[in-house]
Structures are given as structure tokens and as C-alpha cells.
Design a protein around this ligand. Structure first.
Ligand SMILES: C[S@@+](CC[C@H](N)C(=O)[O-])C[C@H]1O[C@@H](n2cnc3c(N)ncnc32)[C@H](O)[C@@H]1O
Length: 279
């Protein structure tokens, strides 16, 4: 468990994932009914971009750093950028909010957030980050176990974010298994799953598993920041959404091509949206 998201906070992958996340939460909150939110792999929640980790990798500069101050930004990015500005009230870009903080700030009195992290230190920082939010609770432990323990939620309306670190070679398989389990327990839930674009076959296998499991309304939104054939490593990332195309499709199809242009790190940068299964 060496992964620390602090090295990557605010990078192109976070931008893609958090644009989708903010779009989904805003859409789900157009109804007054209580909403349950589960963040299975939450991280510490807030990142200091002046920290040695963030400065060492500098990844945020080629992610949110290219967007927050950009002259022209599509309206589709507004909820995400508003959240970023709320975190950087002095102006500039010094802090990056992770998924649990983005979600906690959106909680209404009737909503509930459970955020998990397996790493004891990250879970401890996460508890401090979420302390001011009465509707948010930290579960220190395995996010995949939380899926089993907490779904379906009594609210019957829910958003589940699954955002593993992909440190382990079995992560794609573990993720596919957990997603099947989650969907079987709670088929009307809205799911957002992040995955790296490093090994095309592994991403395709995840897509195939979703189709084989019979999940309806599955869509993927993928952002390559460079040509994957140019060099090994992560050339981009994707989000897989279940039961969310009505909320995400038009926003992602507007935001995606802009992100591909703005976040390009070389030739071959591109965005694709694909429907895996019908509603
Ligand atoms: C990619 S980061 C999360 C970033 C966060 N979701 C965001 O968008 O800001 C993945 C996190 O998962 C944690 N982690 C690793 N394995 C886990 C597991 N089985 N269950 C829960 N958390 C885990 C790591 O400690 C790390 O903080």
C-alpha cells in the first residue's frame, strides 16, 4: 500500500473523474429525496499543491493548472470549476479537493456520505477533512467490503464512486467483481468507476464484464492525453458510468473534446464516449 494520491491530485485523470462526479451529484440533487453516497476509495480529501508530493510530480500543472485560469471554458465544466474556486478562495491554485470533499460540500441535510480508505494514515486525514460535515462519515477499511456491507442503502437512491489506485495486478478483476456485487445488490444505483488507460486489454475486459453481467445503461468516457503507442505507462483514463447516461452524456460530450485539447501531452490526445449497453 504505497500509493499516495497526493502525487497525482489535480492531474488529467482527476479532472475527468471530478467533472463527471460533479455533474452527477448536481443532477441527482435536482430531486429533494434523500441521497446516499458511497466513496469506496476516498483518499485524504484535500491536497496541498505546495506539498513536496504535489511539487515533485507537478502533475496538477498539466491537469487543473491548464483549466482553472483558461480564457475559454465550456459551461459544462462550471460545477467542477466552482468547486475548485470554493477551495481556493484567496485566488490562484493552492489546494485541490478530492472526491470526498467535493461530495461532502454538496451534502444537503437529508443526504449521507460514507467515505472509505484502507490506508490508516489517509483514513485519519480524511476523518479530519470531513469532520465539519455532519452528514459525512469515514469508514477506515476496504472499500470493496463496504459495497457488500452498505448496499442497498435504505434511501433507495444512491451514487457509488469506485476509484481504486490500481497498484495491484488484480485490481481490474477485483473491481469487476465488486461492481457486479454492487449492481446485483443495488441495480438502480448510479455508479461511477474510474480506470487507467495503460493496458487496453484490461479496460476492455472490464467493459466486457459489465455487458456480460447484464448491467443496463453502461457508458464509458475516455480521455487519452497522448498516443498510447508512443511510450508505455498511463496514456489517459476513463470513467465507466452505470445508470447515468441521461445525466452525463451531453456534458461529457461537450467537456471531453475540450479536455482532450487543453490537457494534451502529445500527439494522439483524444476523447471518446461509448455506450456499452442500452437503458
Ligand atoms: C485514486 S486514490 C482516491 C482518490 C479520490 N477518490 C479522489 O478522487 O480524490 C485511491 C485511494 O484508495 C485507497 N485504497 C487502496 N486500496 C483500498 C481498498 N481496498 N479500499 C479502500 N481504499 C483503498 C488508497 O489509500 C488511496 O487513498
Amino acid at each position: 500500500m504505497n500509493y499516495r494520491h497526493g502525487f497525482h491530485a489535480g492531474n488529467h485523470a482527476d479532472v475527468l473523474k471530478h467533472v463527471a462526479l460533479m455533474t452527477l451529484i448536481n443532477y441527482l440533487q435536482t430531486k429533494d429525496k434523500p441521497l446516499f453516497i458511497l466513496d469506496t476509495h476516498a483518499g485524504p480529501g484535500r491536497y496541498d499543491l505546495a506539498s513536496p508530493e504535489a511539487q515533485k510530480s507537478g502533475e496538477y500543472r498539466h491537469g487543473i493548472g491548464r483549466i482553472l485560469g483558461a480564457a475559454e471554458v465550456p459551461e459544462a465544466l462550471k460545477p467542477y470549476l466552482d468547486a475548485l474556486r470554493a477551495e481556493n478562495q484567496g485566488g490562484g491554485l493552492t489546494a485541490y479537493p478530492g472526491s470526498p470533499l467535493l461530495l461532502a460540500r454538496k451534502l444537503r441535510p437529508q443526504d449521507r456520505l460514507i467515505a472509505c480508505d484502507l490506508h490508516p494514515k489517509e483514513a485519519e486525514i480524511l476523518a479530519e477533512t470531513l469532520y465539519p460535515f455532519p452528514g459525512a462519515r469515514v469508514r477506515a477499511g476496504d472499500g470493496y467490503a463496504a459495497v457488500k456491507a452498505l448496499l442497498p442503502p435504505p434511501e433507495r437512491r444512491g451514487l457509488v464512486l469506485i476509484d481504486p489506485p490500481f497498484e495491484k495486478t488484480t485490481e481490474f478483476a477485483d473491481l469487476a467483481k465488486a461492481l457486479r456485487e454492487a449492481w446485483k445488490r443495488f441495480p438502480v444505483g448510479v455508479y461511477l468507476v474510474w480506470y487507467p488507460l495503460k493496458d487496453r486489454a484490461a479496460a476492455n475486459a472490464l467493459h466486457a464484464d459489465v455487458v456480460a453481467a447484464g448491467m443496463k445503461d453502461a457508458t464509458t468516457y475516455e480521455l487519452y492525453v497522448r498516443d498510447p503507442a508512443a511510450s508505455p505507462g498511463m496514456a489517459g483514463s476513463g470513467v465507466l458510468a452505470i445508470n447515468a447516461s441521461y445525466a452525463l452524456d451531453s456534458v461529457m460530450r461537450t467537456a471531453g473534446p475540450y479536455l482532450a485539447k487543453q490537457l494534451a501531452q502529445g500527439p494522439g490526445a483524444r476523447f471518446t464516449a461509448a455506450r456499452l449497453t442500452a437503458e
